[in-house]
Design a protein around this ligand. Structure first.
Ligand code: FES
Length: 373
């Protein structure tokens, strides 16, 4: 599926051969690419990363990002691709057959999780629709590399038919029974268990905590929730925001909540509660990928990223929460307040590095440079 929310610096591209194509649902198919030995290092990846494909569509080269669904130990690059309509560029990829080739960027993205093979962790995965793609890679990798870790997957879809990777997931479930539990939630089909009907939202999270993660029938309060180490969420903005906030308000630290947005989403994932003096008509000059831009934003009620994105400037970002570093830049002039930061070191902050997703303007003129060396 295309993921316009993930923008990074331009890449070099390598021509890779398609070795397999498999239909998963009516709209989703898997594409497997062969990585020749000489490119092995270039295409080393971590679970949660994605590649950009460049291909000819409607008389022009287009670029689309797709999550890698294979796990690193599988030593192959598989992608999950959703074709939204016959008009979408992904249709062009669907027309490909084994033996065709496509230009592919090296893997990138920060929706990754540090591997801890010696620990016994409890990890919750939430995904909806095509958001399963990076989660599927994480799931396989966690089970394979962490022999004592327990994983719960909560996977939302409209109907049974729209569940991608169902066969593979069920196979993993039997292979790793005792360490993996999978729950399929359907928003347009009722099943015998009412808990599994509906979207993954805050209410559903409460039910998951109280019912699925409930451990001891003699103790109302007992739940595995208290031992959850990491939460990974991937899907549409509204779902990600709802679940990330619900997890946070129920005690999971933000640094342990990892998410990837699968659509352009203008709202903050964690709404801001801090107030600061109002400044109007702010001038923001910035350099990005060698180009110079001059923008004016109305005031500092929005964070810089939000304000610039609303004017369609191509600012790179991913988490929008001060965690991933995609929006890092150098503050060359002016003053900002960095409201939250889980990414920059003290030294980097002193050097003037900021994250625009978490910064508000505190001066009328600001100069930024995104082309970091
Ligand atoms: S977008 Fe992730 S730190 Fe700003």
């Amino acid at each position: 599926m295309t993921q316009p929310t993930r923008k990074e610096k331009p890449s070099v591209f390598y021509r890779l051969k398609v070795v397999n194509k498999k239909h998963l649902t009516r709209e989703v198919f898997a594409l497997e690419l062969e990585v020749p030995h000489i490119y092995r290092n270039v295409f080393d990846f971590e679970s949660g990363q994605y590649v950009t494909l460049s291909f000819f569509y409607k008389n022009t080269f287009c670029f689309r990002d797709f999550s890698i669904t294979s796990a690193p130990y599988e030593e192959k690059i598989s992608l999950g691709i959703k074709v939204r309509s016959e008009e979408s560029a992904a249709q062009e990829l669907l027309n490909m057959a084994a033996g065709d080739s496509v230009l592919v960027s090296p893997p990138k993205g920060r929706f990754i999780l540090e591997s801890k093979p010696d620990e016994s962790r409890t990890i919750l995965l939430f995904s909806s629709g095509i958001g399963i793609t990076p989660i599927f890679s994480h799931l396989k990798n966690l089970l394979y590399t962490e022999h004592k870790t327990r994983v719960f997957l909560f996977y939302g879809n409209k109907t049974q038919e729209s569940i991608a990777y169902r066969e593979e997931l069920d196979l993993l479930k039997s292979q790793y029974s005792g360490r993996l539990e999978i729950y399929y939630f359907l928003s347009r089909e009722r099943s015998a268990n009412p808990l599994l009907y509906g979207r993954l939202d805050e209410k559903k999270l409460s039910l998951i905590i109280n019912q699925i993660l409930h451990t001891d029938d003699r103790d109302e309060e007992s739940t595995l929730w208290d031992s959850v180490d990491e939460v990974l969420i991937c899907g549409k903005g509204e779902m990600v925001k709802t679940l990330a906030n619900a997890c946070y308000h129920r005690g999971i630290p933000k640094k342990n909540i990892h998410f990837e947005l699968f659509e352009t989403y203008s709202e903050d994932i964690y709404p801001q509660e801090i107030s600061y003096p109002l400044i109007k008509a702010i001038n923001i000059d910035f350099t990005l990928q060698g180009k110079y831009y001059s923008a004016e934003i109305e005031d500092n009620r929005l964070k810089l990223l939000q304000a610039l994105l609303s004017q369609k400037y191509p600012i790179p970002y991913s988490c929008k929460s001060g965690i991933c570093g995609s929006c890092e830049c150098q503050l060359e002039e002016g003053e900002v307040e960095l409201l939250e930061n889980e990414y920059l070191t003290e030294k980097e902050k002193k050097q003037g590095r900021i994250l625009v997703c978490m910064s508000v303007a505190l001066s009328k003129k600001i100069k930024l440079n995104f082309d970091l060396v």
